[in-house]
Design a protein around this ligand. Structure first.
Ligand SMILES: Nc1ncnc2c1ncn2[C@@H]1O[C@H](COP(=O)(O)OP(=O)(O)OP(=O)(O)O)[C@@H](O)[C@H]1O
Ligand SMILES: [Mg+2]
Length: 244
């Protein structure tokens, strides 16, 4: 075969965002949260998104999660055109393809640790001994098996976040989206979470996109993208610009 190899195939991007624009209507005016974002993320990359408050980081994650329809542009994850999904299919996409981790852990307080981790699987009908075994395996991986029957309010913030990540992983996601996952943790617990996310990327090849304010997190990431006023102003991985 002769001729140049298409750039897209060369990059093999798992996540592809092209010309993404999000405008929020706000009363009589509009807020332009994202302007022409182009971003390609290869499978298994640990990407850290930084930027000041209001720069559009959460909006970007929401568009990737199918929680926010873009005003313009496209968002592809694997072979799923996320921007085209109906609300019902977007919910299925989040349940089966994406693991989402939030700043405030979002564990269900009335469920035990094990029940929280089992929850996304039980939504899809998993039950019984096979489910228990799977959950316990995950908890063991996260060194939390001895806390399986505790309730979230019996855990530290760092432990709650580990459980939230275990829960996100239960479905074997291809993509993890984390919005300020260490925002409520001290630096030791925060470092543990970053290390954990880095390991997941490396060992399980789960593509991870993490939003954070914290500059220390960048040491764990493969790549850092900085947003300013809804635009990418810095990207440590130049290749993402080549295919634009
Ligand atoms: N639902 C909404 N309606 C109107 N404007 C919104 C909405 N959500 C976000 N915005 C605006 O869009 C812009 C980007 O917000 P976004 O939440 O993405 O920022 P962020 O970078 O995540 O900030 P932070 O670091 O404070 O979480 C901001 O100006 C914000 O006020
Ligand atoms: Mg935010």
């Amino acid at each position: 075969m002769s001729g140049p190899v298409p750039l897209r195939a060369e990059i093999g991007s798992f996540v592809e965002v092209v010309g993404l624009e999000v405008i929020y209507p706000l009363g009589s005016r509009h807020i332009q949260a994202l302007t022409g974002i182009d971003l390609q993320v290869p499978q298994g990359q640990f990407l850290c998104v930084r930027g000041k408050s209001g720069s559009g980081k959460s909006t970007l994650l929401h568009a990737l999660a199918g929680l926010r329809k873009p005003t313009a542009g496209r968002v592809r994850v694997g072979d799923i055109e996320v921007h085209e999904l109906s609300a019902r299919h977007a919910a299925l996409y989040r349940r089966r393809v994406v693991g989402i981790v939030f700043q405030f852990f979002n564990l269900l307080p009335m469920l035990t640790v094990a029940q929280n981790v089992a929850f996304p699987l039980s939504l899809d009908g998993a039950r019984g001994a096979a489910l228990d075994e799977k959950v316990d395996e995950l908890l063991a991986d996260f060194a939390m098996l001895d806390r399986r029957d505790n309730y979230p309010d019996q855990l530290s913030g760092g432990e709650m976040q580990r459980i939230a990540i275990a829960r996100a992983l239960a479905i074997h996601p291809d993509l993890i989206l984390a919005d300020e996952p260490t925002g409520n943790l001290d630096s030791a617990a925060g470092n543990q979470i970053w290390l954990l996310l880095q390991e997941l990327c490396r060992k399980r090849r789960v593509t991870t996109i993490m939003v954070t304010h914290d500059a220390d997190a960048t040491a764990y990431a493969d790549r850092v993208v900085v947003l300013e006023d809804g635009e990418i102003v810095e990207d440590t991985d130049d290749r993402s610009w080549d295919s634009v």
